[in-house]
Design a protein around this ligand. Structure first.
Ligand code: PEP
Ligand code: MG
Length: 588
């Protein structure tokens, strides 16, 4: 058994809890350890479920001969035969007894294994069988449990550490943070949405741990260290005790920092910086007061939609959520981003081969006008209750902004709403960054989404651990784009905020101050740390470093420059500065 697994740290803190293992990709399944004495009963469950699935397939096959032709009947008959196939069933039984796992997990593993082997076959007919295996396994799983193998509806026990292959935004949004202490995932990156949600919930998280689901024993106490990026599958009693003390210590330090940074943020040389909160769910509103946020800089409204799926949150449900946010944020503003669906925040219709470049964000909304109008209506109605601003995601051209504004005005007129919310543009695609001067003519404000700007600007998937070392918003090419955006905003007196994760990283903060950014929006728990870093950054000194940073070719060089700008100064430096600043006669 591995003693320590190293991954990518994505959410700080340390946690001790019992491992709950889930595989979401393919056929979702929980992994449970079973005693050898329970094997026979598990096998009986499997054979019963397989027989029922097989009989159903064969019955459907017979029924469909007349109606829909013989082709469908032949497919269904083949499914019925696979479900009863002894090679398939024996492989599942063998997996269960070898790994001592429950039947659901073994079924999913064998189906995946068979599917992968068939996909590599030379003949097209054999490759088609791969899809058949998945269909059959799904049906058998449905007969094994009433939820049909779906996970997350079964509540996780309190004190769990969720171990999974991946966590989609939908499943992440459905997590109950009171039950989960930490996350550890096989896939994902620093700015993938599971990581963002983990930070929002203040859950330590580590991603990019290949082979994790098979390396951990279910229900065992394990340690996840979100600072070092490690998972300890078999900690000793001593280590567990020590980790629990660390948990307490970290909590205490965080509490002290939160109290110390309750006031407004400013740089070391007294430049006032507005720090707002990024929220995903209306339940998080209490975080505004707790973490001393000056309003909401980004509300990712698509999580309302994803959480309600397959239902759609209508006008009234959305309006109530937006009004709650405004009430909690007052007297500060709330920036609500319209649905950023699609991409990795998958939605029902096939996302295509390349979802990040497909129907996503504003494009999706403009195409599904009824859904968009419903949201605009809720926003217009709620805006009577406070300072609400609308932010458009994934804008790539001026015409999209114009079309969104046209719809907003139309909806407002229909509702006789006269107080029209400000309409801003997220700058998160290179085309929008390089068109910022034109967009600034018509947008009321900008918010730079560095998570996607880095993804699209560097052609690096933000959720893929294999390329995570190439992902850096401090890349000089990204900084150059941001400089252009800040200047374009300033030329038209448009506020330019930053709401990507870069705004909560030490060197990133110094770089943003150097670029002239004066408004940051970050996950609430990060606010105290951001304020502390800001208090160390001298804006004049950071600005003086910008030219050199923009001339660099590598992100590491930029990181070094701005890392130095946000470091606490040494005693010697403080003494030298005080000497220079003191008037001549005071030195004597
Ligand atoms: C971003 O892209 O930087 C951003 C804030 O939006 P999201 O992370 O939701 O894509
Ligand atoms: Mg984005």
């Amino acid at each position: 058994m591995t003693s320590l697994m190293q991954g990518l740290p994505v959410s700080r803190g340390i946690a001790v809890g019992r491992a709950v293992i889930v595989r979401f990709a393919g056929l979702p399944a929980f992994r449970r350890a079973i005693d050898p004495s329970a094997l026979e009963a598990e096998e009986r469950r499997l054979r019963r479920a397989a027989r029922q699935a097989s009989e159903e397939f064969l019955q459907h096959s017979r029924d469909s001969v007349g109606e829909m032709g013989s082709e469908l009947a032949a497919i269904l008959e083949a499914h019925g035969l696979i479900a009863a196939d002894e090679t398939f069933l024996s492989a599942i039984v063998e997996h269960m007894s070898r790994e001592r796992v429950n039947v659901e997990w073994a079924l999913a593993a064998v189906a995946r294994d068979f599917g992968e082997r068939l996909e590599k076959a030379d003949s097209a007919a054999m490759r088609e069988r791969a899809a058949d295996i998945t269909d059959v396994a799904r049906e058998v799983a449905a007969h094994l449990s009433p939820t049909g193998g779906r996970v997350m509806e079964t509540d996780l026990p309190r004190g769990s550490i969720l171990i999974a292959d991946e966590l989609s935004p939908v499943n992440a949004a459905r997590l109950d943070p009171r039950r989960v202490r930490a996350l550890a995932l096989e896939r994902g990156g620093k700015t993938s949405h599971a990581s963002i949600i983990a930070r929002s919930f203040g859950l330590p998280a580590v991603v990019g741990l290949a082979g994790l689901c098979d390396a951990i024993s279910p229900e065992r106490p394990i340690v996840v260290d979100g600072d070092r990026g490690t998972v300890e599958p078999t900690p000793s009693k001593n280590r567990l005790r020590q980790a629990l003390l660390q948990v307490r210590d970290t909590r205490e330090k965080a509490r002290r920092l939160r109290n110390r940074t309750a006031g407004a943020a400013a740089t070391r040389d007294g430049v006032r910086i507005v720090v707002r909160a990024n929220l995903e769910l209306p339940e998080e509103v209490a975080a505004l007061e707790r973490w001393h946020a000056e309003g909401v800089g980004l509300f990712r409204s698509e999580f309302l939609y994803l959480k309600a799926a397959p239902r759609t949150p209508g006008v009234e449900e959305q309006r109530a959520a937006y009004e709650d946010l405004l009430a909690a944020a007052a007297p500060h503003p709330v920036v609500i981003r319209t649905y950023d669906l699609g991409g990795e925040k998958g939605i029902a219709p096939a996302a295509g081969e390349n979802p990040a470049l497909g129907l996503r964000g504003l494009r999706y909304c403009l195409l599904h006008a009824a859904l968009f109008d419903e949201q605009l209506a809720a926003l217009c109605l709620a805006s009577a209750r406070g300072e609400l601003k609308i932010l458009l995601p994934m804008v790539t051209s001026l015409s999209e902004l114009r079309e969104a504004r046209r719809r907003l005005l139309e909806v407002a007129a229909r509702l006789r709403v006269t107080k029209i919310p400000a309409l801003g543009v997220m700058i998160e695609v290179p085309s929008a960054a390089l068109l910022a001067d034109r967009l600034a003519e018509e947008a009321d404000f900008f918010s730079i989404g560095t998570n996607d700007l880095a993804q699209y600007g560097l052609a690096v998937d933000r959720a893929n651990p294999e390329v995570s070392t190439l992902y850096s918003p401090l890349h000089p090419a990204i900084l150059r784009m941001m400089k252009f955006v800040v200047e374009a905003g300033a030329a038209r007196s448009r506020a330019v905020a930053v709401c990507g994760e870069m705004a909560s990283e030490r060197a990133g903060i110094a770089a943003l101050i150097a670029l002239g950014i004066r408004e940051l929006s970050v996950t609430p728990v990060a606010i105290p740390g951001v304020k502390e870093t800001l208090a160390r950054v001298d804006s004049g000194r950071a600005e003086g470093m910008l030219e050199r940073a923009l001339g660099c070719s590598e992100p590491e060089e930029v990181e070094k420059i701005f890392g130095a700008a946000s470091e606490p100064e040494s005693r010697r430096e403080t003494a030298a500065r005080v000497r220079v600043e003191l008037p001549e006669d005071a030195r004597k």
